[in-house]
Design a protein around this ligand. Structure first.
Ligand SMILES: Cc1cc2nc3c(=O)[nH]c(=O)nc-3n(C[C@H](O)[C@H](O)[C@H](O)COP(=O)(O)OP(=O)(O)OC[C@H]3O[C@@H](n4cnc5c(N)ncnc54)[C@H](O)[C@@H]3O)c2cc1C
Length: 390
C-alpha cells in the first residue's frame, strides 16, 4: 500500500510527488500520457512559479520576459518593462518532462501511459484502477487537470458550472531570426479586443505561441475568433502566420477566485483540478506548483497523524486559502473591473505607466493582487471604488 497516489503528472502532480517523496512518503504517480507529452499552454512561467519550483535548467528557458506590450482593440499599443525578470517562456513538453524526472529522482514511483479509470474509497484505503493494474493507497491527490477523474469519482465535483473558460493555441515555427524580426523577444504581447478576454503572442526560441482565451459563453465560434485573431496578428507582423500553422489546440481552463470544494475523505485536489487559475490572465502554473507543494505537506501530516478524514484534510483547503486563495479572489475582482470596463481599464493603463509597471510586479510575484488593489486605492480612489465594487 502506498502512502499517497498522485493522479496526473503535470506540474501540480510532479511538485507534489517530489515533495511528498522528500517528506519520506511512499508515492506513486499515475499519468495518463507517455512522457514527453504536450500540454496546450502558452508556456509562460512567472517568476513566482519559478521560485516555488526552485529554478529550472537553463536549457528549458526559451526566452526571458521583462515586460509586456498591451494592444488596444484598434491595435494601438504601449509597452512596459521592469528591471527584473517577470517570467520565462518554455515548451511545456520539455518542462513537464524535466519536472517529473526530478520527482522520480527524489524517490517517487512514476507510471506513465497509465490513466486512472476508477477509484473506490473505503474506510481503510483508496483503491485505484488503471487499464494495467489496481493499486492501494492511504490517500489520493487529484492533480489530473481540468477534466479531473478524481474530482468526479470522489464526488467532489461532477461539473464545473459557469466559471470555466476555453483557450485556443498554436505554436508557429518561424526560426530564430524571423522570431527576432517579428517581436521583441523580452516581452509578452497581450491583445485586448473583447468581448472575449484576450489574445497573446509569446516568443519562444524559434517559434511564437499564439492564443486566445475567454469564458465559454463569450467564446462563440471559437475557431472563427481564433483565425480572425491570427489574421490580424499576421497583418500586424507583416508575415503570413496562417499558412505556417500546422496544428491548433484547444483546452478548457478553470477560472479561479471562487469558493469550491477541493477535499474530501482521503482525497485532495490540486492545480487545475482544484480550479486554481488567475481569472484575469489565465496563469495557472504558479497555483499548480504551489498547491502541489501544500498537498505534499498536508499528506505528510495526514500520514504522521494517521488521519485522512475530511475534517483533517480541510487543513489543505485552509492552507491554500491562506497562501493564494484570498488573493485569487482579489484577482477576480480586478478581472471583473478590467473586462467589465475594458476601455476605461486600457486607458488607465496607457495613461499611467507607473500603474502598468506595478502590475508587472504582480505578474512577477513581488506584489499580491490584494496589495495592488490597495495601491490603486491610494493612487486613485475612484478607480479603486470601481475595482472593489466590480
Ligand atoms: C491554451 C492555454 C494556455 C495557457 N497558458 C499558460 C501560461 O502561459 N502560463 C501559465 O502559468 N498557465 C497557463 N495556462 C494554464 C496552465 O496550463 C495550467 O494551469 C497548468 O497546466 C495546470 O497544471 P496541472 O498540473 O494542474 O494540470 P495539467 O498541466 O493539465 O496536468 C494534468 C496531468 O494529468 C494527466 N491526466 C489527466 N487525466 C488523467 C487520468 N485520468 N489519469 C492520470 N493522469 C491524468 C494529464 O495527462 C496531465 O499530464 C494555460 C492554459 C491553456 C489552456
Amino acid at each position: 500500500m502506498y502512502d499517497v497516489i498522485i493522479a496526473g503528472g503535470g506540474p501540480a502532480g510532479s511538485i507534489a510527488a517530489k515533495r511528498a517523496a522528500k517528506n519520506g512518503l511512499s508515492v506513486l504517480v499515475l499519468e495518463k500520457e507517455a512522457y514527453p507529452r504536450d500540454k496546450t499552454c502558452g508556456g509562460g512561467v512567472s517568476q513566482k512559479a519559478l521560485d516555488v519550483i526552485g529554478g529550472i535548467d537553463k536549457g528549458l528557458i526559451e526566452r526571458e520576459i521583462f515586460g509586456a506590450r498591451i494592444f488596444l482593440p484598434d491595435y494601438q499599443n504601449f509597452t512596459g518593462r521592469i528591471g527584473s525578470r517577470v517570467a520565462v517562456t518554455t515548451m511545456r513538453r520539455n518542462l513537464d518532462h524535466w519536472l517529473i524526472n526530478r520527482a522520480e529522482d527524489s524517490g517517487a514511483m512514476v507510471h506513465d501511459n497509465e490513466p486512472v479509470k476508477d477509484i473506490k474509497f473505503s474506510k481503510d484505503c483508496v483503491e485505484v484502477a488503471t487499464p494495467k493494474d489496481r493499486y492501494q493507497s492511504r490517500m489520493i491527490v487529484g492533480s489530473d487537470g481540468v477534466n479531473s477523474t478524481v474530482a468526479r469519482k470522489s464526488g467532489i465535483r461532477t461539473r464545473w458550472g459557469s466559471n470555466i473558460g476555453l483557450c485556443l493555441e498554436t505554436e508557429v515555427e518561424l526560426g530564430e531570426t524571423l522570431v527576432e524580426e517579428c517581436v521583441e523577444t523580452d516581452i509578452g504581447e497581450f491583445y485586448f479586443r473583447g468581448p472575449w478576454s484576450y489574445g497573446w503572442v509569446f516568443p519562444k526560441r524559434d517559434r511564437l505561441s499564439i492564443g486566445i482565451g475567454g469564458p465559454i459563453p463569450q467564446m462563440h465560434k471559437p475557431m472563427d475568433i481564433f483565425m480572425s485573431f491570427v489574421g490580424d496578428v499576421s497583418l500586424q507582423k507583416k508575415i503570413d502566420l496562417e499558412e505556417r500553422i500546422t496544428r491548433i489546440n484547444s483546452h478548457l481552463i478553470p477560472l479561479g477566485g471562487v469558493s469550491r470544494r477541493i477535499h474530501g475523505e482521503r482525497v485532495i485536489l490540486a492545480g487545475d483540478a482544484a480550479g486554481f487559475v488567475d481569472p484575469f490572465l489565465g496563469e495557472g502554473l504558479y497555483y499548480a506548483v504551489k498547491s502541489g507543494e501544500i498537498a505534499a505537506d498536508v499528506a505528510a501530516l495526514a500520514v504522521e497523524n494517521d488521519d485522512f478524514s475530511k475534517k483533517f484534510l480541510a487543513g489543505y483547503a485552509a492552507r491554500c486559502e491562506n497562501a493564494f486563495g484570498s488573493d485569487l479572489k482579489s484577482a477576480r475582482r480586478f478581472a471583473k473591473f478590467a473586462y467589465g470596463n475594458l476601455n476605461l481599464f486600457l486607458n488607465i493603463l496607457r495613461g499611467d505607466q507607473r500603474l502598468f509597471l506595478e502590475y508587472l510586479k504582480v505578474m512577477r510575484g513581488d506584489r499580491s493582487y490584494a496589495g495592488f488593489n490597495r495601491w490603486c486605492a491610494m493612487r486613485s480612489p475612484v478607480t479603486f471604488l470601481k475595482l472593489v465594487s466590480g
